[in-house]
Design a binder for this molecule. Structure first.
Ligand code: SF4
Ligand code: SF4
Length: 139
């Protein structure tokens, strides 16, 4: 008698590298200490990096967006500073508001194909905690 193997579920979140979250819908900021590591990844000095990609704002550096709205640090292969990308980009989609609020989670799920369309909010929150994120941890 043959047995059907149970279907393996995908992870609650697995980035599909669609780059949709890099299209400039929200402010992306780098802290001062994040500039040098990011600049080094694309062979720029910190000053060159700031001049080409940032606007100083309220003590931080907002990453510029092009006319099409895409982040200026996005390249053909995705984020050009992936290993040193801003904290907000590392954190997505485990933002405190998304972990605390099921309706914000639904909005995130609609926006991000990396979130399993079948995962419940509770399962997503549990997975986020396994990754070290919670409603309380800052972005
Ligand atoms: S929108 Fe989601 S799947 Fe697409 S690049 Fe961003 S995190 Fe990854
Ligand atoms: S810094 Fe990188 S990950 Fe963040 S929005 Fe820009 S391209 Fe996307």
């Amino acid at each position: 008698m043959s047995q059907t193997k149970p279907k393996k579920r995908r992870a609650p979140f697995e980035c599909q590298r669609c780059n949709d979250c890099c299209q400039g819908r929200g402010g992306i900021f780098l802290e001062a200490q994040e500039i040098a590591p990011a600049a080094a990844l694309i062979d720029l000095s910190p000053d060159q990096f700031i001049a080409r990609h940032c606007r100083a704002r309220e003590g931080r550096y907002e990453v510029l967006a092009g006319k099409d709205g895409a982040c200026s640090l996005m390249g053909p292969q995705g984020c050009r500073i992936h290993q040193a990308k801003p904290a907000i980009c590392r954190r997505w989609p485990f933002f405190p508001g998304i972990l605390a609020n099921p309706s914000a989670f639904e909005d995130a799920r609609q926006a991000c194909p990396g979130i399993d369309p079948e995962v419940s909010h509770e399962e997503f929150v549990a997975f986020a905690r396994e990754q070290g994120f919670s409603e309380e941890t800052a972005e």
